[in-house]
Design a protein. Structure first.
Lengths: 178, 178
């Protein structure tokens, strides 16, 4: 931020506002305090029979690598709505959400992943605009070395472990480990 | 937002950028697209013996009403760190997080609540700057009619129900019901 979104002034300075305990970007002209907060990345792992659906990214970062359909939650959405939308946008598919499998914090880049497991409706899918390819994988076929993000590797590994044990539960993680 | 934070121009317009599917605030001068996303509210219900710790708000909205210690997640934090900080700021207390009890979406005001249950360390607490009062309540003593937010009522009711059943589990909710 180089100019104040409220008054257009360039007199922005990092300082700790009265009653606060951390530095914020404050406009010295109109006194507005500008807050910046982490974003939610919502996603869902679509499951069909013994397979899961992954998408190969057609966008940076991690172009060409595989991922659980996920993306920034939008204003006006519940977390569930955002996850369903991402599956639709990236894999042209519909899911019925089953449970939340992962809450995964990335404090260095101010992102919180919230990823579900869902049932892939009718086993049907396609390729969304942000994907190069979508594909159903058995556990043995997962391209572990070509996964885009640790958040998705984390959720996928827990999914397969828990499936063997008959469990549906939330896992919490973070990267880097603090 | 009245001025572009990138170039200071007031030529901002809502339009759907190429490759996007929803209106964004776009600067017609420097072409920057300005995104706005939901915020995470992190919190934790501190438990001590058969009681839970609530705080009475010294700030608006809902001044004077009771709440589970909760507040906006900050950049650089994991969800757990944010929840622990809020307990410290609002109740001058320390908690050991046990489990995530609630993921609660408020799509009309672009907030996602993520609330834990935690163990109140040594049963010690005080009154933070944003609180008028902190107090341990048994279930029978909870001031249900003086609770600040539906998100906390939701988590509290589920907590007491599950405690009777010996369960520790996540509940998902939203307001208003969609």
């Amino acid at each position: 931020m180089k100019f104040c979104p409220n008054c257009g002034s360039d007199r922005l300075e990092k300082r700790i506002p009265a009653g606060d305990n951390r530095p914020r970007l404050v406009c010295l002209n109109c006194k507005t305090i500008h807050y910046s907060n982490p974003k939610v990345v919502a996603g869902c792992l679509p499951v069909w029979e013994d397979k899961v659906l992954l998408c190969r990214r057609a966008i940076e970062p991690c172009y060409g690598l595989w991922n659980i359909p996920s993306g920034y939650l939008e204003n006006g959405e519940t977390v569930e709505m955002g996850a369903e939308r991402e599956v639709h946008e990236e894999a042209a598919a519909k899911v019925r959400i089953t449970y939340l499998i992962s809450m995964y914090s990335l404090p260095k880049i101010n992102q919180i992943y919230l990823q579900f497991v869902g049932e892939l409706i009718n086993g049907a899918y396609g390729v969304g605009e942000e994907s190069l390819e979508s594909k159903l994988f058995t556990e043995a076929e997962i391209p572990w070395e070509e996964m885009a993000f640790t958040s998705s590797t984390f959720a996928l590994r827990r999914y397969f472990e828990d499936r063997k044990a008959g469990l549906q539960r939330l896992h919490r993680g973070e990267y880097p480990m603090l």
